[in-house]
Design a protein around this ligand. Structure first.
Ligand code: M6R
Length: 606
């Protein structure tokens, strides 16, 4: 969602801000802007609706020349998508960019009668509130702290004033803020990817902290202005990882690089020779692992579906374990009870999803141990869980999640393997899973290469349809859900995922020649039942695509077969075909593949 950047140093601020905003484009936004101070300390503001390129057009005739500034990509929450509602906002001597939501902005606005508000945003109210404290020689830092004490809600902010040039004040509560420390310069961002290429040293601000940034570094305080010592951390990743690397879209790059990223996910965590799996991050003692009886897996969207697939594997591997998979936006408000010896897996690519974070906090209140299954290093969820493990998928830029899904499933599977060993799971089965994990990267590579063109052709054939059903049984069921989500997100084709066995309980009423169905069929003990569902659909005129690991005869409009020694993990391979299919349908339809309409990469508001 919204992104914040800021810069003080010797470079032209406009260049750094615009470049860094481009790095944040993937998060989803509808307008953008920058505010800078020139070398005579005059402020300049430029804002536009639409993509960053529109902002560049606004800047073209009158480039900003200064060396300090703040910038923002906005994803509308309060007020429509207009230039006036875009950030930065200005009130009196205060220029401000803000991520998050000020819940009591209406009450505050009513009190700030001296200000002539030009936007419908909560952010302009916060700018005015800070300005109302910024009087009679009060330092900007103090004014910001006083204002923030009156605010209810969440924020990541960056503020400057022409009255105190040479500094940017930043603060956070529930919305990330990272201060990159360069040589004679400071780069501020809400997402570490905006800092790559400038610096690797960064301070990750904690909730309730405020920092004064100058070109020499940053000093951190709490809202009572008590000094806080912070050590800088090293940012992972490099610029190559956040570039398209020759692909037309990040989505295709991220699908195709899954073999490589999976090597990172697996590295040092499996031992195929002995048939064992081990994750270091959870920080659980042998006794704690042995005592676990209940695992609740929490996530949203694709992370939820990854959890669902992992839960099937956990049940197969760990004999005395109950698993429960929950949607974070629901669970956070339920009166849930967790039994003794529960552990919660908090699954999130971004590590910033508001609903998932809220669940994490609810679960912690109940005294249950939380473990993060997170991709973004240093993200809020990763910092707040009791333990956990990074999935190491690398930066995922495309809004539609692909490689993170695969990495999440595999990481949770390794967690399951670890539990299985301690809980008397079947050693042969654990060994089989470990062996499959060891060859999974190369099998993914093979599947993608073999079928890329086929999936492209298939997408051309079906791109004209408006409705689709995705079906699967057992471990193919979660990937049917994921396949439907992927298609609707990027192609805007209406798609529903169902358990094949549910067809007769309602959805079959939809089936006619205007629908197509994607059947994920595994060559296992449920094969005949899956084929039964396929026949029912075909008998009603539905077009059927079958994705399968089976070499048995199957009668369908299109049958795509993977040929792999992998059995347990075949759903992961079939899912990569679905990813390619969704990608190519979106391309055929001429959609904005990496930033689909109405979506944000990281959903930091409810
Ligand atoms: O960053 P998270 O994994 O917590 O995000 C959860 C969902 O918002 C995310 O998976 C979403 O469903 C994706 N757009 C799916 O492609």
């Amino acid at each position: 969602m919204c992104g914040i950047v800021g810069y003080i140093g010797t470079r032209k601020a406009q260049d750094v801000l615009v470049n860094s905003l481009k790095r944040l484009e993937y998060r989803g936004y509808d307008s953008a802007g920058i505010a800078t101070l020139d070398d005579e300390n005059n402020p300049h503001l430029a804002r536009s609706v639409g993509k960053i390129v529109e902002l560049e057009h606004v800047l073209e005739p009158k480039p900003h020349t200064g060396h300090l500034g703040i910038g923002h990509t906005r994803w509308a929450t309060h007020g429509g998508v207009t230039v006036n509602n875009a950030h930065p906002h200005n009130a009196g001597n205060v220029f401000l960019v803000h991520n998050g939501i000020i819940e009591n902005y209406k009450e505050l606005k009513a009190e700030l009668k001296a200000y002539d508000f030009k936007s419908d945003t909560d952010t302009e109210v916060l700018a005015a509130l800070i300005d109302s404290f910024y009087k009679d020689g009060t330092p900007l830092k103090d004014a910001v702290a006083s204002a923030l004490k009156k605010v209810r809600g969440t924020y990541g902010i960056a503020v400057f004033s022409p009255l105190e040039p040479g500094q940017i004040i930043v603060a956070r509560l529930g919305s990330p803020l990272i201060i990159g420390l360069g040589d004679g310069e400071v780069i501020i961002a809400s997402d570490a990817s905006a800092l790559l290429g400038y610096t690797r040293e960064a301070i990750y601000l904690n909730d309730g902290e405020l920092a004064v940034c100058t070109n020499k570094g940053a000093e951190v305080f709490n809202l009572n202005l008590k000094h806080i010592n912070h050590t800088a951390e090293t940012i992972e990743g490099d610029v190559d990882q956040i570039q398209k690397g020759g692909y037309d879209h990040f989505l295709l790059k991220e699908i195709m690089e899954q073999a490589t990223t999976l090597h990172n996910t697996l590295s040092g965590r499996i031992d195929p020779k002995n048939g064992t799996m081990h994750l270091g991050g959870p920080n659980l003692t042998a006794k704690e692992i042995a005592d676990i009886r209940h695992v609740v897996i929490v996530g949203c969207g694709t992370a939820y579906y990854a959890g669902l697939l992992a839960s099937y594997y956990m049940e197969q591997l760990v004999p005395d374990l109950t698993t429960e998979v929950v949607i974070a936006s629901e669970y956070r408000y339920r009166s849930f009870h967790l039994p003794k010896n529960s552990v919660a897996l908090i699954v999130s690519q971004s590590g910033e999803t508001a609903d998932t974070l809220a669940c994490l906090r609810e679960i912690k209140k109940r005294g249950v141990k939380t473990l993060g299954i997170v991709n973004v290093v240093g993200s809020t969820i990763a910092r707040e869980v009791d333990g956990g493990t990074y999935v190491h998928a690398g930066p995922e830029i495309s809004v539609a999640s692909t490689k993170a899904f695969t990495a999440q499933v595999v990481t949770m599977l390794m967690f399951a393997g670890m539990l299985a060993e301690s809980h008397g799971g079947n050693p042969q089965l654990i060994h089989e899973f470990t062996n499959e994990l060891a060859i999974l990267p190369e099998e993914i590579e093979k599947t993608l290469k073999t079928h890329q063109e086929t999936m492209h052709e298939l997408a051309k054939k079906y791109a004209g349809f408006n409705d689709a059903l995705y079906l699967g049984r057992d471990t193919a069921y979660p990937i049917a859900l994921e396949g439907a989500l992927k298609l609707k997100e990027v192609s805007y084709v209406h798609a529903e995922g169902y358990a094949s066995g549910e067809l007769k309980h309602g959805p079959i009423a939809l089936v006619d020649e205007t629908f197509f169905e994607v059947f994920n069929i595994l060559d296992n003990w449920l094969f005949d039942k899956s084929i039964g569902g396929l026949h029912e659909v075909r008998a009603r005129g539905g077009k059927a695509i079958v994705l399968t690991d089976s070499q048995r005869e199957i009668d369908a409009d299109d049958v795509i077969r993977i040929n792999s020694p992998i059995k347990h993990l075949a759903p992961i391979l079939l899912n990569t075909l679905q990813q390619l299919f969704a990608y190519y349908v979106a391309v055929e339809k001429g959609n904005d593949v990496d930033q689909p309409r109405n979506l944000a990469k990281s959903v930091t508001v409810e």
